[in-house]
Design a protein around this ligand. Structure first.
Ligand code: B12
Length: 220
């Protein structure tokens, strides 16, 4: 858990665009061995969701939101550079956003979470064309592909993409995340019996443990 006083201090610095202060706070938390999930959820996600609410009420400008997003992005890179497992690995995950989805911070965090857990993650970011993703899967042969969908308008495109991936790669492990499908809106995935919607980093952590067990059994 991140103490409330630290969250408020961080939120204040983020709203002021004070990158140095934000880095200082996060660096201190890392040095105190705060769990990465707490930093990602209790600081990064919580503050960005709050910025979304402020922006909706016109209490945070678009520029203020862009600055906060950029600071948070660089902090995710910073945490990964500090905490990623540097051992060689053949566990590969591709994390991507759908075509026309411009929210990429959550997906970057998820890619970082895989790296901290010893995976080699290939992060494609926002607005990825379907054919580019398919070519990359053929080339890199990932064990898992993670797709992010945050803007509800893109959900049709998400289903279309999964249909295409399942036709090209019937055995591919696909996970999906993002706010569009939260709060019981993941029904559109029912038609794919092996595609998982993962809503939280706790669920992702459990999923990773299962994957590692399956990969080990496969090698034995
Ligand atoms: C920053 C931001 C933007 C930035 C994004 C920049 C970037 N580089 O990412 C920009 C300016 C581009 C933007 C644009 C828009 N935005 Co915006 N944006 C936000 C904001 C404030 C923060 C998003 C964020 O980073 N959240 C923090 C991350 C960490 O959380 P997260 O994405 O949920 O990710 C977590 C989980 O969902 C999950 N997850 C996410 N992806 C994946 C993938 C996998 C595989 C897994 C396992 C898990 C997973 O794990 C993460 C960690 O827990 C949100 C507010 C909010 N509530 O999030 C609005 C918000 C998402 N935006 C919104 C809107 C409406 C828009 C615009 C339509 C605005 C406009 N009029 O142009 C456009 C749409 C662009 C598009 N076509 O995609 C709405 C969406 C409403 C809806 N129901 O769909 C929100 C909720 C704001 C609001 N309160 O109305 N936005």
């Amino acid at each position: 858990m991140i103490p409330e006083v630290i969250y408020l201090h961080y939120m204040n610095a983020l709203l002021e665009g004070d990158k140095k202060q934000c880095f200082q706070i996060v660096n201190n938390l890392i040095e105190e061995k705060t769990c990465i999930k707490d930093i990602y959820i209790g600081l990064f996600q919580r503050s960005m969701y709050r910025i979304g609410q402020l922006w909706e009420k016109e209490r945070c400008s678009v520029a203020g939101e862009h600055i906060a997003t950029k600071i948070t992005e660089s902090l995710v890179e910073f945490t990964v550079s500090k905490l990623a497992d540097k051992k060689e690995t053949d566990k590969v995950v591709i994390i991507t956003c759908i075509n026309k989805e411009f929210h990429e911070l959550g997906a970057r965090m998820v890619a970082g979470f895989f790296e901290v857990h010893g995976w080699n993650s290939i992060f494609l970011g926002s607005n990825t064309p379907q054919n580019e993703l398919i070519e990359l899967i053929k080339l890199r042969k990932p064990q898992v592909v993670g797709i992010s969908n945050n803007f509800y308008i893109n959900t049709g495109r998400l289903v279309q993409l999964i249909d295409l991936l399942k036709t090209e790669f019937p055995n591919l492990n696909i996970i999906v995340g993002g706010q569009s499908l939260a709060d019981g809106r993941a029904d559109c995935l029912c038609k794919f019996n092996d595609v998982r919607y993962i809503n939280t980093l706790d669920e992702l952590e459990n999923y990773l443990q299962t994957q590692i067990r399956i990969l080990k059994e496969h090698l034995d």
